[in-house]
Design a binder for this molecule. Structure first.
Ligand code: 5GP
Length: 173
C-alpha cells in the first residue's frame, strides 16, 4: 500500500508546524480552564505531538464519531461511538481533528458540544481541504491548507491502514 503514496508533507514540515501551533495555543489559552478534545481515530499522532507542544495545564478527553464507512467519501451521517469522559460545561473546549473535508463531521460535533454549554468552543485541525466544503464550519487553527487530494499517513487512513506513516502523502489508487 505504502508504495502508492506520494509524499506531500514531510516529518520535518509537520514537526515545525505543530510546534508553531502549540505555541499559538499556549498563548491563546494561558490562564484558562481548558479541555482539549481529540476526535479519534485519525487524530492520535497529531494530538500527541500537539499537546506536548502546549506549555499549559489542561485536561484531555477523546470522542469517536463514525463518518466514513471505510470508503473515500463522507456520508454526512455522524454516529457517536465514544463520548467524552469530562464535562466541558463552563470550560473552554478545543476540538482537535486530523482533517476538515466537507465539514459535515465537525459541523455535527460542534453543534453537539455547544449544547453542553462550554465557555468557548474552538477547532484546530492539522489539515484543511476548503475546496471540498459542503457546510460552513469556523476552523480557528489550521496546520496546513491542502488541495483536493485523498491523503494518508500521520493518523489518516485508507480502510484503517497507513495511519502509522510518519508523514502525510497522497494516495494514488
Ligand atoms: P468531513 O466530515 O469533513 O467530510 O470529513 C472528516 C473526516 O473524513 C476526517 O476526520 C477523516 O477521517 C475523513 N477524511 C476526509 N478527508 C480525508 C482524506 O483526504 N484522507 C483520509 N484518510 N481521510 C479523510
Amino acid at each position: 500500500m505504502r508504495e502508492r503514496v506520494t509524499p506531500l508533507l514531510s516529518e520535518a514540515q509537520i514537526r515545525t508546524r505543530v510546534q508553531e501551533l502549540g505555541m499559538q495555543l499556549s498563548r491563546e489559552y494561558a490562564g484558562k480552564d481548558l479541555v482539549v478534545v481529540g476526535l479519534l481515530n485519525g487524530v492520535f499522532p497529531f494530538f500527541a505531538d500537539l499537546v506536548r507542544a502546549m506549555e499549559l495545564d489542561f485536561d484531555v478527553s477523546f470522542m469517536q464519531v463514525a463518518s466514513y464507512g471505510g470508503g473515500m467519501e463522507s456520508t454526512g451521517e455522524v454516529h457517536i461511538l465514544k463520548d467524552l469522559d469530562r464535562s466541558i460545561q463552563g470550560r473552554h473546549a478545543l476540538v482537535v481533528e486530523d482533517i476538515v473535508d466537507t465539514g459535515l463531521t465537525l459541523f455535527k460535533v460542534s453543534n453537539l458540544l455547544k449544547d453542553r454549554e462550554p465557555l468557548s468552543l474552538k477547532i484546530c485541525t492539522l489539515l484543511d481541504k476548503p475546496s471540498r466544503r459542503k457546510v460552513e464550519v469556523p476552523v480557528d487553527f489550521i496546520g496546513f491548507t491542502i488541495e483536493d487530494h485523498f491523503v494518508v499517513g500521520y493518523g489518516l487512513d485508507l480502510d484503517g491502514k497507513l495511519r502509522n506513516l510518519p508523514y502525510v502523502g497522497v494516495y494514488q489508487p
